[in-house]
Design a protein around this ligand. Structure first.
Ligand code: ZN
Length: 456
């Protein structure tokens, strides 16, 4: 496979942008650069630095910003057309500014137009019925979620840090599963600590996301490819390796008949952004993922299970047949497997993210009855997992692509291996006990809204 530079129309049109953004907002971005302007949210004149207008701590622009934002979105759209036309098999859009924080009527986090969402809408406009946006930027793709959370044609997945006040605050929680017809089609994996590495990301994909994505059966995969979870990034605090991104790319390329468009998002260690981009492009071109050798490539973090359990709890009601046995395994997991459950005072109500809270009383009863058998199942699965992990370790270390990550705590692997999620494409209507977040979307402020804080 050879590398082509795409030639085509670069600037997104109003028609393309308005599928994801309000017309007034598009106009507002076009008129953004006005030296000396007073912004409504900053409460005073915007600070000028050189020729850049700083609108807030994480949004600034100059006279070229509007065009650059249109070009970035247009490149993503062109990449989608090139892939759908069959001109290229896969594509990588190396664009700036990034897009995944931009909401329908709000710029934030260096983002003005949501490149991935605009690209997804371009694909839908061509008749596609199922598009996956997979966002591995270390920050939550709040804009992508907000724009598409009511649309069941686009499954949005974001893996990001959701600890403390990490940017963007207030979004990216697992309970945000989508709204209305889109309920169940937004998945957040929110890391509860920094320091997450290859093993954590691959575990999340292999054990939780892959069955759901396969069931959804996307016709096109758009990767919101931020590289700020890479080791050495000054903001991300995580330790994914460039090779780790290659392994994730390889997995995503198994979907949609290999039709993948990667769109660059954040990343603040330019050498690592370059190295990671090159590795992703190399795999998109058909190369084998490079051997994983990172310090955190094989050992998962202690907070992994809690994060995955929360995502599973939120997603399970929307899956076709969440296995009662799997639910029982999670419910009866020993303290080490469910730290937030173990910390709950005796008699206290279960946390909102627990499986019990997210499933119906009938399902909870099944879980209870099955809990006795689950203990035995865990022990049995542990023994099997130990052998499987050893075999996987050998093949993974050798650079082979294996379906199960290794280095995961054996008991955790056992619990997760029992899960039989096959939800996605044919999901039932939301159950009566669906997470509250699904029924009450956050109110959106009038345009244009400017968020504060450092991010992207
Ligand atoms: Zn980011």
């Amino acid at each position: 496979m050879t590398l082509h530079a795409l030639n085509g129309k670069w600037n997104a049109t109003d028609e393309e942008l308005v599928r994801a953004h309000a017309a007034e907002y598009i106009s507002a971005v076009g008129a953004l650069y006005r030296p000396g302007v007073t912004t409504a949210t900053s409460g005073g004149p915007a600070e000028a630095r050189g020729d850049a207008l700083i609108i807030s701590g994480d949004v600034y622009c100059n006279q070229h910003t509007s065009l650059a934002a249109r070009t970035a979105a247009g490149c993503a759209v062109e990449a989608v057309h090139a892939v759908l036309d069959g001109r290229v098999a896969r594509a990588f859009a190396a664009v700036r500014p990034p897009g995944h924080h931009a909401e329908s009527v709000a710029f934030m986090g260096f983002c003005f137009f949501n490149n991935a969402a605009v690209a997804a809408h371009a694909a839908l406009a061509r008749g596609l019925e199922r598009v996956l946006i997979f966002d591995w930027d270390v920050h939550h793709g709040n804009g992508t979620q907000q724009i598409l959370e009511g649309d069941p044609r686009v499954l949005t997945v974001s893996i990001h840090r959701r600890d403390g006040f990490f940017y963007p605050e207030g979004s990216g929680f697992p309970e945000e599963v989508g709204v209305g017809a889109g309920a169940g089609y937004n998945i957040n994996v929110g890391w509860r600590s920094k320091g997450m590495g290859d093993a954590d990301y691959l575990a999340a994909y292999d054990l939780v996301l892959e069955p759901i994505l396969t069931s959804f059966a996307p016709q096109l995969v758009i990767i919101a490819a931020g590289f700020d979870a890479v080791e050495g990034d000054p903001l991300g605090g995580c330790c994914v390796t460039p090779e780790g991104y290659g392994h994730m790319t390889r997995r995503l390329a198994r979907l949609a008949g290999g039709r993948v468009v990667a769109v660059l998002e954040g990343g603040y260690n330019t050498r690592q952004v370059a190295a990671s981009s090159c590795e992703v492009v190399r795999v998109l071109l058909g190369g084998e993922p490079a051997k994983l050798e990172g310090e955190h490539s094989f050992t998962t973090s202690k907070s992994l299970f809690g994060a995955l359990n929360a995502t599973l709890a939120a997603a399970t009601p929307y899956c076709r047949s969440a296995s009662p046995a799997a639910a029982a395994v999670l419910q009866s997991a020993p303290p080490a497997l469910a730290p937030h459950a173990a910390a709950r005072p005796r008699g206290a109500a279960p946390p909102s993210t627990s499986l019990a809270a997210a499933t119906s009383p009938a399902a909870a009863a099944v879980q209870f009855e099955a809990s006795q058998a689950a203990a035995a199942a865990i022990a049995e699965a542990e023994a099997a997992a130990a052998g499987a992990a050893a075999a996987a370790a050998a093949s993974w270390a050798a650079g082979e692509d294996v379906s199960s990550p290794i280095g995961i705590d054996a008991s955790m692997l056992a619990a997760l291996a029992s899960l039989k999620l096959d939800g996605g494409a044919a999901r039932p209507p939301p159950p009566p006990h669906a997470p509250a977040a699904a029924a009450s979307p956050q109110p959106r402020s009038a345009l244009p809204r400017v968020a504060s804080g450092a991010g992207m």
